[in-house]
Design a protein around this ligand. Sequence first.
Ligand code: NDP
Length: 318
Amino acid sequence: KVLCVTGASGYIASWLVKFLLQRGYTVKASVRDPNDQKKTAHLTSMDGAEKRLHLFKADLLDEGSFDSAIEGCDGVFHTASPFYHDVKDPQAELLDPAVKGTLNVLNSCAKSPSVKRVVLTSSIAAVAYNGKPRTPDVIVDETWFSNPDICREVQQWYVLSKTLAEEAAWKFVKDKGIDMVTINPAMVIGPLLQPTLNTSAAAISNLINGAQTFLNFTLGWVNVKDVANAHILAYEVPSANGRYCLVESIAHYSEVVRILRELYPSAPLPEKCADDKPFMPTYQVSKEKAKSLGIDYTPLKTSLQETVESLKEKQFVS
Ligand code: NDP
């Protein structure tokens, strides 16, 4: 079968392409510039790529640019979306590519009768930001939707971009009768295949490279290989439906630093929290739905070790 992966050179998508090729699929991979060897060499050198990987040029903001990558595909994985926090113009840099880009990709899917299912890489960001208190007994699950007004109030532009993109996607597929499943991962860590440093792996490289403080945040964490596999299950399992939150562990940054210190006692890890407030409390994210799809998780400690080893190998750790 032929499948499309948008944003194929990214952190999660690179693992997805690798696993799809391993499973014998033919992959039509969209990238912004197929001639940019720096962004594509790790893809074109994968086992099976020579015969079964085809690169296509597409930009989220160019209407219709995904048509040829999607035409003739049985399934489409839409992973491309900007993931940065440091933006000057949130509308142009995050919101437009996320929302218009998603609709652009879905429009191409609607035009291609071969497409049986779309798997959208959403985020826990589109689930958990609804202003409800987070305490140890609170269980976040797939019925939660982030509230765009709250995202705007706290100027969480990336969170807003994922929330609005998923919202727009559900509306579009409902109108057009497209079968869509969303994957909603927490912070994704684990080994990098791509040569550039992505935002979530950078959170770990900052800590291990001598950051003065750690953030007062409690986040969910999940391994990139498990996230890629979840995408494949969401496509392959006929009964897969709706949204799937992916979280292996919920941990405060202080706990992440503690585990890193255990693994790398001589690393210059931060001792202090970035503020004097009480640590953000823990909460839970339901694993039930992900379990029903057959998703298995790598433990946080292993994921952190894999991340650091990969960062070292790629010389992102000094
Ligand atoms: P990366 O930054 O590694 O990948 C993002 C991809 O989006 C890149 O391939 C990038 O292309 C592409 N992209 C960005 N803007 C455009 C554009 N205008 N046109 C075409 N392509 C574009 O991040 P991740 O792999 O981490 O993220 C992949 C997906 O997973 C995103 O949807 C993200 O929101 C989601 N996600 C990520 C999490 C994480 O912790 N990493 C957690 C939850 C969800 P290029 O290489 O050319 O810049």
